[in-house]
Design a protein around this ligand. Sequence first.
Ligand code: NAD
Ligand code: TYD
Length: 354
Amino acid sequence: MSGRVVREPRSLLVTGGAGFVGSAFVRYLLGQADFRGTLVNLDLLTYAGNLENVAAVADDPRYKFVRGDIADGELVGRLVREHEVDTIVHFAAESHVDRSIVAPSAFIETNVVGTFRLLEVARAAKSVHFHHVSTDEVFGSLGPTGAFREDTPYRPNSPYSASKAASDHLVRAYAHTYALPITLSNCSNNYGPYQFPEKLIPLMIMNLVEDKPLPIYGDGLNVRDWLYVDDHAEAVWRIVRSGRAGETYNVGGEGERTNLEIVRLLIDCVAAETGKARSALESLVTFVRDRPGHDRRYAIDFSKIQQELAWSPRRDLASGLRETVRFYLDHRGWLERVRTGAYRDWLRENYEQR
Ligand code: NAD
Ligand code: TYD
């Protein structure tokens, strides 16, 4: 690696570690045998938070789960003091664009106010490194060519991306004004295990398995740059350890595809895995009304993290999608509990009664 290792976090506070990306980070880090620190996972367990996602590490002596709100400054302050936290890795957010269009309020509360409260705790604690996990959606929409760089101007288009952009600005302002040691990452669309099936890829897999219509917004030619979630987890850890304080890193997958291309790749995978006829699955494709303000294209130039921290995606899209399809086929129980809301019962039985 060309980047110098400058930090050895001993006590991490990870927010949103029961969600899709946060849980991948928790599993990734605790999967590193040479990680000798401790990790407190603070998660409110909203509809998107599911302790099943981190069940594999629940008994790891380096791990502790706390249910709570990032906007509860008193709780966060106590956790930082009690656990002598030296690093906050901030994933917690409301994350679904469609929900932000229908009901933006929670996005402002968690993504903006919640991040502000965390920053206040970090500022008071003085020596905490703050890594903020953000999205490429803050940059807005691209034309047919070009890619987002770290210095691309912000131009968020949805309440979700605007709330993430606001949180990014707060993080930068705390670094600039109070010399808070921060790093920031803006990542492209993730896919992989344990993603809540309101997002494109798990939704399409679930519907393919159940022979239900595959709702494609608009003409299906919107482009996203897909990254396997474990690659994102590795990028975050690399930035936390070796990223230069005050810097932003773009993280992307070299996986630009239209939504229609993604759905066709998923059809191929599901047909191969289940023996269902490809033509029958193809006939489920259904064009529906477009998302209001739908960004046309995202693409990431990740040369900075590649050059400075020697990170690049390990998984190519074809093998990542195959693995992802296999995961959802092998975890029908998980999918069913999430789809029906029964994972809330699992939470009551396995967590709240402890
Ligand atoms: P997710 O919706 O799957 O998970 C969010 C988690 O945050 C859940 O566990 C939820 O319970 C928790 N949470 C929500 N509000 C909270 C609060 N007030 N206090 C404590 N916990 C709270 O989201 P995700 O897809 O895992 O995204 C995680 C982060 O990564 C977000 O900041 C998102 O902007 C960023 N990101 C995601 C992607 C992606 O493709 N999923 C891409 C780039 C960046
Ligand atoms: P999504 O997974 O919601 O991620 P984001 O909006 O953050 O990029 O959607 C990915 C793409 O898939 C986006 O262009 C919207 C599109 N999409 C559909 O066409 N149909 C769907 O049912 C969903 C959920 C998304």
